[in-house]
Design a protein around this ligand. Sequence first.
Ligand code: PFF
Length: 458
Amino acid sequence: MSEPKVMDQQVGRRRENWASQVGFVLAAAGSAIGLGNIWRFPYLTGTNGGAAFVLIYLAAIILIGYPIMITEMAIGRKSQRNAYGAFAALAPGTPWWLVGALGVLTGFVILSYYSVVGGWGVAYVFKTLLGMLPKGTDFAGAFVGHITATWEPIFWHAVFMGVTTAIIAAGVVKGIQRWSEILMPMLAVCLFILVIRSVTLPGAMAGLSFYLKPDFSTINAKTLLDAVSQAFFSLSLGMGCMITYGSYVSSKEDLTRSAAYVVSLDTAAAFVAGLAILPAVFALGFEPGAGAGLTFITLPAVFAEMPLGGFFGVVFFFLISIAALTSAISLLEVVVAWLVDEKGWNRQRAALLTGIGCFLFGLPTTLGYGVLSNITFLGMDLLDTYDWIANSIFLPLGGLLTAIFAGYVWGTRNVAEEANKGSTGMAVGEWWAFLIRFVVPIAIAIIMLSGIYQKIAG
Ligand code: PFF
């Protein structure tokens, strides 16, 4: 069912629309489900004490994530513009366009290092496929060796950015939607295979109870902060990504329901990724608290110990690579949509030049483990610095300002009217307005400021 295309008055071009609601939901879920779910969520759960963290994360998703998801999609659909243009169109003559501009900048920054980590994932598909990580390997040494090298990670970063660029250059329906429809079912199958393997290993119960039985004594301020910033990152919120994807939705589609599907799929994927990883880690006698190294150090060790581990290792790293790719394309689309709408560039040129720009801007983060390892910021290497600035400052700030914009500038009545267009029963109303006006901004402000303070105070 192809919808009528909307005329973009500013540049006189027709705006592409998603060809179906399923296509839109899969593309948005593809954006949301990424390294955040498969790499970040399990290790955050592992380092924050297990089930209690999972519950707090769920609260953050429902109270903050879902209301902002609806808001961003409504802003996008109403304005039919990229992140920058959306704010400029809905509040003309005011400085609110700055929020959209911050989103475009954030997309560029996140993609530049996201592609580096995505490249590690692709490299590990080949390493596991070629049997380069057998039992008895020094897995920590192998990973450190990989990321501190100069050319190999740059090569995989280039491959990853190249594929991302090619998909975006192909367009919204023929690029983003088409590849989301191919890759997302593959992702689900990989995840399913891994969960079955993990929970049927002898000794998996210890991991299951760590994951499912809450112990609230482990909760502190950092747990809350980790849960909220993870909710933003995982749902692709706070940087205009869902504004951009929302701008390709026709007014006949049910936005609130699509948002609910996207949030549920993303949460389910994170939960299932934990289920695929934590029981296996426990069953084979490893520690869940390895932090960021859980994926690339602990898991290869787990696979090496497992019957048919070589196969499951390939499936796992393939899964990571697919998940990262469908998120990376959404990051690139935020920047490309801005160049196409506002600067009148054609899509191919915008994709190519932004892709090259992201590749170059990401180079310091990959070299930050090797030749540039003496450069640090607040004790962090370069990749962690990019990640910290984007995730702990830009995304919450973007989310905070978006909530204020919706609650007090464009107005909750306007947002609700747009969000409820095409609704088939799931409308937003008072509770949503209350969350957006009060709960979301206050919670984000407190959590963001305490996080920045904590980091700077050491
Ligand atoms: N949601 C992605 C993940 O969980 O890995 C990361 C991401 C993609 C963040 C797109 C922000 C964004 F706009």
